[in-house]
Design a protein around this ligand. Structure first.
Ligand code: ATP
Length: 227
């Protein structure tokens, strides 16, 4: 591919309460498929759209670090944890722009559910001024965007990955990733009934969860069935 700009940085935000393979596998696939420089995982401190997470920010951050410590190209970024107030994505993108300058392509990675909720986000129309949006397909979520998002996809959508490299922001790109029907909610529910979450999340994260007071109402059995 002919380009003079640095390769895009992928930015993947989430509550990560806890982080699981449904986050990690798409992040790794997008890193490789889109030839990104790296993917930053951004655990949010105070999610504006939902109730307070079960686990405190520093613990969610540590789980994310444990999940990717041996995977080159996946990097945990704690900037949302260091900011006061609600973790608005626009502020996060602006801080990357300030740090990396106007030429650096940035790709905001969203699962399909997050993308479809975009119009409720604070100052959402400004996001594309600062970054591209990459939509990663999530099991159980058809991309049926409301009219304002459908228009955005018509006007800004591209099927050419090169566009993400050649301009710093402004395009919407959608990518199939391996479908892993895992959610943090399901993990919390399994833990709440005393089940094992092994194989849903990397082993170091499972060990952290099992040793923590945050999720399980009952002690977790190490060999319990998942369903
Ligand atoms: P919860 O069940 O608590 O809502 P979650 O599993 O949806 O959590 P989040 O931390 O809220 O995880 O999600 C962060 C991002 O990861 C979102 O963009 C979301 O769409 C995406 N995501 C989460 N799980 C998957 C999955 N299994 N496949 C693809 N994308 C996912």
């Amino acid at each position: 591919m002919k380009t003079h700009a640095p390769a895009p940085i992928g930015l993947f935000g989430g509550t990560f309460d806890p982080i699981h393979h449904g986050h990690l596998r798409p992040a790794l696939e997008l890193l490789e498929i889109l030839a990104l420089r790296e993917v930053r995982l951004l655990p949010c401190a105070d999610p504006p759209h939902r109730g307070a997470p079960m686990a405190p920010g520093p613990f969610r951050l540590e789980m994310a670090q444990a999940a990717v410590h041996d995977q080159p190209g996946l990097v945990v970024d704690d900037r949302e944890m260091r900011r006061e107030g609600p973790s608005f994505t626009l502020d996060t993108l602006q801080s990357f722009r300030d740090e990396y300058g106007l030429e650096q392509p940035l790709c905001l990675i969203l699962g399909s559910d997050a993308f479809m909720g975009l119009p409720s986000w604070d100052r959402w129309e400004g996001l594309l001024d600062l970054a591209h949006i990459v939509v990663a397909h999530r099991p159980g979520w058809q991309l049926e965007p409301e009219p304002v998002l459908a228009r955005l996809m018509r006007e800004r959508g591209t099927g050419r990955m090169e566009d993400l490299h050649q301009v710093p922001a402004g395009r919407v790109f959608s990518q199939q990733v391996t479908q892993l029907e895992i959610s943090s909610t399901t993990i919390r529910e399994i833990l709440d009934r005393g089940g094992s979450v092994r194989y849903l999340s990397p082993d170091p994260v499972v060990r952290m969860i099992e040793g923590s007071p945050y999720y399980a109402r009952h002690p977790v059995r190490s060999m319990a069935r998942v369903t």
